[in-house]
Design a protein around this ligand. Structure first.
Ligand SMILES: C[S@@+](CC[C@H](N)C(=O)[O-])C[C@H]1O[C@@H](n2cnc3c(N)ncnc32)[C@H](O)[C@@H]1O
Length: 296
């Protein structure tokens, strides 16, 4: 099969199969070889690697991955693309196609069954309507993958790698940087897709850390506090945490902040991940107290 990555071949395949692009499934297909190379190079794919691709489309990126990786498992939700992929990937012996919604997939089972013992990377041009849920599913479920290299909306990539005190820093930055070391690989113009999306794109690499960046007694409590702190961005931490539904009394929050050595007048957007972990660890006995109380 010739390389799919050109506007002419992509259009020819789409027309021959009578395929209609679905906006709601985030279908914007890549037509630029240079960008494909940057994605694959950015992930440093080798024959030692297994790759999970989410949303192969007509198989453009999949072909490149098949050439470089040991094995590729591509998960595609749209049944109209399955016969197309059957043709475009028929010569790729190391590609397995799964017709499924990645958000409903048991990813631990997939890794175990398809890549026993192999190092696994996630590489994809993601559907933008579900970028964050897909990435967070891999991270929160602690699916054993070493690297995630994905094309996503530029603003989302900026938020993922933002540092404290910047306008883009928020709960997504803390969540991603708790699990990963993010690095932007390249910005991508709209012109490299058919059809062109309404937004700018970025390829980002998330190198998954062996252990989360900080140790914390209760991850859920930390992320509840992170969401509360960023939920009311213009409020001080004391006010944001008090009015957030976390269930702590104002006096408790004051004590927790004091024990964490964090000034109650600061705003959530200035706190590092280490400070959020300290805050959650100091709050831990208080939530524990609340729960005990409730059980009685
Ligand atoms: C941006 S396109 C990328 C297509 C192709 N990889 C490329 O680069 O040309 C996103 C792809 O993800 C698929 N998709 C959307 N939602 C999905 C989901 N929940 N699970 C699996 N695939 C999904 C779409 O059908 C589409 O093929």
């Amino acid at each position: 099969m010739e390389k799919l990555v050109s506007p002419k071949i992509t259009k020819e395949i789409v027309e021959r199969f009578g395929f209609k692009f679905s906006k709601s499934l985030g279908q914007n297909f890549l037509i630029d070889e240079n960008i494909l190379c940057k994605i694959v190079d950015g992930a440093e794919v080798s024959k030692e690697d297994g790759v999970i691709e989410i949303g192969p489309g007509i198989g453009t990126l999949t072909q490149f991955l098949a050439e470089r990786a040991g094995k590729v498992v591509a998960v595609e939700i749209d049944k109209k693309l399955i016969p197309i992929l059957g043709e475009t990937l028929k010569d790729e012996a190391n590609v397995e196609l799964i017709h499924q919604d990645v958000l409903k997939t048991d990813l631990h089972k997939l890794v175990e069954e398809k890549f026993s013992g192999q190092s696994v990377k996630v590489i994809a041009n993601l559907p933008y309507y579900v970028t964050t849920p897909i990435i967070m599913k891999f991270l929160e479920e602690k699916v054993p993958v070493s690297t995630i290299v994905v094309m996503i909306q530029k603003e989302v990539a900026d938020r993922m790698q933002a540092k404290p005190g910047t306008k883009d820093y928020g709960s997504l930055s803390v969540a991603v940087q708790y699990y990963c070391d993010p690095k932007i690989i390249t910005k991508v113009p709209r012109s490299v897709f058919i059809p062109q999306p309404n937004v700018e794109s970025t390829v980002i690499r998330l190198s998954v850390l062996k252990e989360p960046k900080v140790k914390v007694k209760d991850e859920d409590l930390m992320f509840d506090m992170v969401r509360a702190a960023f939920g009311k961005r213009r409020k001080t931490l004391l006010n944001a945490l008090t009015s957030s539904g976390l269930g702590f009394e104002k006096e408790d929050i004051k004590e927790i902040l004091k024990k964490s050595n964090i000034d109650e007048a600061r705003r959530g957007e200035t706190l590092s991940i280490e400070e959020f972990a300290e805050l959650a660890d100091c709050a831990y006995p208080y939530r524990h107290k609340e729960q005990k109380h409730f059980m009685l």
